[in-house]
Ligand binder design. Structure first.
Ligand code: PEP
Ligand code: MN
Length: 406
């Protein structure tokens, strides 16, 4: 039986932050109808399987490795790009598994990471102001009026790119020697409700609604308002879900997120992704973990050491330092060791390409001898935030393996 569209869009009436300024509501309605008639991208049973894996993470019996581009680009739904990310993730997972003696759950930021929340709605360059780039599912990255105009047909292109990417990932896993027994699940920020809501389907086997746009869907730091549409959307789907947690989050907010997103305390259902910055993690995290422990919910704790450590390099590029990334992860592990809780995993922005976007790293040499500020213009390819390149990712994987093995 074909899964059916999951009825009216419940969160549609609620305030939704960071939505595109589409030019033509009629067009958006037509695109939503088209998406609603397409097959789901991932089946419900695979979402459930990831839920089981994440339940093991929450129990301290597995470790989550989640990573990929900040913003995927349609033009990179290619074997080279997808296999590069997959291979990097799998090599890191292998190193972690060997060191930790724990199974590693591998989740890509891929096949749907096509929409970005922005701190400013517009961008000004050389005295000219245009709408900010909001991800390939909304507009184009080039600084031209034509590219930056939001176009709802891009939602259909996002579906196609996601389907292509999932196919490339399956093909890679089936062919890669030693990797065929591995699973790589798909995750993205469920930002665009005009994409997510029409892709909800009711699973005929269980009668539950699933987001079929990816296995794991998260709400970002800017869209996790308790009464906002994004949290209502996550509350209404049966997938495993995650919420990014920044430095201003209060312990009471996390308790309320638990109440809304995991009222049944279902293991594997809810993951909190902490992204507070290396300088704050040791100070901020203990109260948050303690508050959630009071609820009794089996939440998985994951560290995103990227988004709290972004700064502008002297070249003007947005960057992150390898040492800050490592330090936030180390702090995350220290806090969990102190509290007797499980540091469940890491969430990284990375690529299989040797880009120059994050500074530092450099195995075999002193820290900081890898990518320098002067290198940034050389291969800065990210459509949004700076990613660890392949070498930096593998080096970070070895360092995290050291922490997990301690
Ligand atoms: C992201 O993951 O790219 C992102 C925007 O994160 P956050 O919501 O944590 O800022
Ligand atoms: Mn990012």
């Amino acid at each position: 039986m074909t899964p059916t569209h999951a009825g009216p869009a419940a969160p549609d009436g609620l305030p939704a932050a960071q939505q595109p300024d589409w030019p033509d509501p009629g067009r958006v309605r037509a695109v939503r109808a088209e998406l609603g008639a397409l097959p789901g991208l991932v089946p419900a049973h695979e979402c459930d399987r990831l839920g089981e894996r994440l339940a093991a993470v929450a129990r301290g019996e597995a470790f989550l490795l989640q990573g990929g581009d900040c913003a995927e680009e349609f033009r990179r739904a290619t074997p080279g790009a997808v296999h590069g990310t997959a291979q990097t993730l799998l090599r890191m997972a292998g190193a972690l598994e060997q060191a930790a003696g724990l199974p590693v759950v591998t989740v890509g930021r891929l096949a749907g990471q096509y929409a970005k929340p922005r701190s400013r709605p517009t961008e000004t360059r050389g005295g000219r102001t245009l709408p900010a780039y909001r991800g390939d599912a909304v507009n184009g990255a080039a600084f031209t009026a034509a590219d930056r105009a939001p176009d709802p047909r891009r939602l259909l292109a996002a579906y196609d790119a996601a389907r292509t990417t999932l196919g490339l990932m399956s093909a890679y896993l089936a062919s890669a020697r030693g990797a065929a027994s591995r699973e790589v699940f798909a995750s993205h920020e469920g930002l665009l409700l005009d994409y997510e809501l029409p892709l909800r389907r009711t699973d005929p086997a269980t009668g539950r609604a699933y987001a079929t746009s990816g296995h794991l869907i998260w709400a970002g730091e800017r869209t996790r308002g308790l009464d906002d549409a994004h949290i209502a959307f996550l509350a209404g789907i049966a997938n495993p879900v995650a919420v990014k947690i920044g430095p201003t989050a209060r312990p009471g907010e996390l308790k309320e997120l638990v109440r809304r997103l995991d009222p049944e305390h279902r293991p594997g259902r809810l993951t909190f992704v902490i992204r507070v910055g290396a300088r704050k993690v040791r100070q901020v995290l203990p109260d948050l973990v303690a508050a959630v422990a009071e609820t009794g919910a089996p939440v998985a704790w994951v560290c995103d050491p990227m988004h709290g450590n972004t700064f502008e390099a002297p070249t003007g590029h947005k960057t992150r330092h390898f040492d800050d990334v490592y330090d936030e992860i180390a702090g995350f592990f220290e806090v969990h060791a102190m509290l007797g809780t499980h540091p469940g995993g890491v969430h990284l922005e990375l690529t299989g390409d040797e880009v120059t976007e994050c500074v530092g790293g450099g195995a075999g040499s002193a820290r900081g001898a890898g990518v320098s500020f002067a290198d940034l213009p050389w291969r800065y390819a990210s459509a949004c935030d700076p990613r660890l390149n392949r070498s930096q990712s593998l080096e970070m994987g070895r360092l995290i393996a050291g922490l997990v093995a301690e």
